[in-house]
Write a protein that binds this ligand. Structure first.
Ligand code: 13P
Length: 250
């Protein structure tokens, strides 16, 4: 079965609830698609407004982070059932910005992965190397470690449902996109690792996205690669022309 292309936005820390509502109203028309699956991951506080605005459209709303406990004294955190109660299905985990600024580690990402599946949430787990790591030739070693630890304890069925986003740190928000061959090489390496860990069926079903300066002009080339099943898009997901990425093949 062919893997369905996913165009996922990561709004990061942008837009108030009212701005969210207006933006999504405007994106409904441009992001309409029967083929591509469309998702916008927005700040937690914007989720209700986003869901309301997206109702009746093909745009799904996801979260950018979640905590690995069910409830309790964790000031400022959001629990998984707070997201599922709103109807949220997808959540980004382990984005490089969370690793860099909020002390997220492979181990905390793993705890969150496990917790997500307990609650029926689908994680989009991010991985990706720095420029130094790429230059030192340790890209694949580093990413294999991130994915291996992130997936520890997950069953094959869970792994199959999970999504991995390969986002080279040097390509995020820099306008510097990995070439489609560079992106494909790593995405294939990730799929090979999933094959080693879980076998062929899981490797063929799991979706692997590329992220880092994806835009309308490079989406078609990236998404045409064998092992790239869509994109995780920052800046270009904030405006109606996100539709150029959703409708990359038109
Ligand atoms: P940009 O698309 O703005 O480079 O951001 C990529 C990203 O970090 C998505 O998670």
């Amino acid at each position: 079965m062919a893997r369905r292309i996913l165009a996922a936005g990561n709004w990061k820390m942008n837009k108030t609830p009212s701005e969210t509502k207006a933006a999504i109203e405007a994106m409904k028309a441009t992001c309409a698609s029967e083929e591509t699956e469309v998702l916008l991951c927005v700040p937690s506080i914007d989720i209700p407004a986003a869901l309301e605005a997206a109702a009746g459209s093909n745009i799904q709303i996801g979260a950018e982070n979640v905590y690995f406990e069910d409830s309790g004294a964790y000031t400022g955190e959001v629990a998984p059932n707070m997201l599922t109660d709103l109807g949220v299905k997808y959540v980004i985990l382990g984005h490089s910005e969370r690793r860099e600024y909020f002390a997220e580690t492979n181990e905390t990402v793993n705890k969150k992965m496990i917790k997500c599946f307990e609650h029926g949430l689908i994680p989009i787990m991010c991985c990706g190397e720095s420029l130094t790591q790429r230059e030192q030739g340790v890209t694949m070693d580093f990413i294999r470690q991130q994915v291996k630890v992130g997936f520890l304890g997950l069953t094959a069925d869970q792994a199959k449902a999970a999504i991995i986003a390969y986002e080279p740190i040097w390509a995020i928000g820099t306008g510097k996109t990995a070439t489609s061959d560079q992106a494909e090489e790593v995405c294939k390496g990730i799929r090979d690792l999933i094959r080693e860990l879980y076998g062929d069926e899981t490797a063929e079903e799991i979706r692997i996205l590329y992220g880092g300066s994806v835009k309308g002009s490079n989406a078609a080339e990236l998404f045409s690669k064998e092992d790239i099943d869509g994109g995780l898009v920052g800046g270009a997901s904030l405006k109606p022309d996100f539709g150029d990425i959703v409708n990359y093949n038109k």
